[in-house]
Design a protein around this ligand. Structure first.
Ligand SMILES: C[C@@](CO)(OP(=O)(O)O)[C@H](O)COP(=O)(O)OP(=O)(O)OC[C@H]1O[C@@H](n2ccc(N)nc2=O)[C@H](O)[C@@H]1O
Ligand SMILES: Nc1ncnc2c1ncn2[C@@H]1O[C@H](COP(=O)(O)OP(=O)(O)O)[C@@H](O)[C@H]1O
Length: 283
């Protein structure tokens, strides 16, 4: 069995408060890109994980891969032995604000729920996901959603117009806690959602003032992000250039997937870059 683990893109990210445990309350519109990792699982006696793909090297030293943590958490919740030979084909840059590890964990939950016949369904999978990381519940859904709370409060959003997405990362990892720590003090109000957006340009205009409250802090820690944003904004047809999550990956919003793909090809080849459409809904 296999599952696609698409990149999560925070089109806007507002920090609206903080909790006593140090976590922050967010208001974010998350969408999923047509690029991602692939998680496969087969029956086996024990629990193993093999890594492949261009990003495998970056994860080789990871002592506790989120895929294995997800497998153990699902087995414990369902009361079954954790038995599977799992493979992870890694394409997304690690620690880059597009939730690659979270997407892998979510895909592992979906795939193993099928392989083990545990049939826990979306609500219980989401609860297990919340214990694995703030971004994992939205990745279980892998469709456009508004994230609130620390990420576990999910709401459907009005239908999005068609658009193209470009992703670019200067191949510099950025740790999420460091970016939250470097943020200037203060909180933003929650966003007001319209009933619909007429087209991609209207979506970009709505997103523009909402911003990403982590972007300035991330640029302070990792100045090349500013160059990535400028290069994306300079591409023909770019409607909005912004950082996703805690960075360093930035995205560009375009009218069509073809325009985003052409723009990605024009960016420096030394960067990780991708352009195309949003992810198809997961089964
Ligand atoms: C910022 C976001 C926005 O979608 O994306 P990424 O940059 O990770 O892609 C997420 O909230 C990240 O989610 P995730 O990466 O799963 O976070 P976790 O592992 O739960 O937490 C890592 C650390 O980030 C900080 N954190 C995370 C989420 C949150 N709502 N408030 C926080 O302050 C905390 O310092 C926490 O210890
Ligand atoms: N399968 C995985 N893919 C990526 N990172 C993983 C994975 N498993 C564990 N990690 C750890 O999680 C951290 C955050 O990774 P990632 O989800 O890629 O970050 P972000 O949410 O900022 O995009 C990494 O630095 C790595 O140590």
């Amino acid at each position: 069995m296999s599952g696609f683990a698409p990149a999560k893109v925070n089109l806007t990210l507002r920090v609206t408060g903080s909790r006593a445990d140090g976590y922050h309350l967010l208001d974010s519109l998350a969408v999923f890109a047509g690029v991602g990792d692939v998680v496969r699982a087969e029956p086996a006696e024990g629990l193993t994980l093999s890594l492949a793909g261009p990003g495998a090297g970056a994860l080789a030293a990871e002592p506790d891969n989120l895929v294995l943590r997800a497998a153990r958490a699902l087995a414990a919740a369902a009361g079954v032995p954790a038995r599977a030979a799992i493979s992870l084909e890694k394409h997304l840059p690690v620690a880059s604000g597009i939730g690659g590890g979270s997407a892998d964990a979510a895909a592992a939950l979906r795939v193993l729920d099928g392989l083990w016949g545990t049939g826990l369904g979306p609500a219980r999978l989401r609860a297990i996901a919340a214990g694995l990381g703030a971004d994992v519940p939205v990745c279980v859904e892998s469709r456009p959603m508004r994230m609130r709370g620390v990420g576990e409060v999910l709401d459907a959003v009005p239908p999005l117009p068609p658009f193209g997405l470009l992703l670019a990362n200067p191949r510099l990892a950025l740790a999420t806690p460091a970016v939250f720590k470097a943020r200037a003090p203060g909180f933003s109000a929650e966003a007001d959602y319209p009933d619909r957006w007429a087209d991609a340009a209207a979506l970009a205009e709505w997103l523009r003032p909402l911003g990403n409250d982590l972007q300035d802090a991330a640029i302070a820690l990792c100045p090349p992000i500013a160059d990535v944003l400028a290069a994306i904004a300079a591409q023909p047809g770019c409607l909005l250039a912004r950082m996703s999550g805690s960075g360093a990956t930035c995205f560009g919003l375009f009218g069509t997937p073809a325009a985003a793909e052409a723009a990605a090809a024009a960016l420096p080849a030394s960067w990780w870059r991708w352009g195309g459409a949003t992810a198809p809904a997961s089964p």
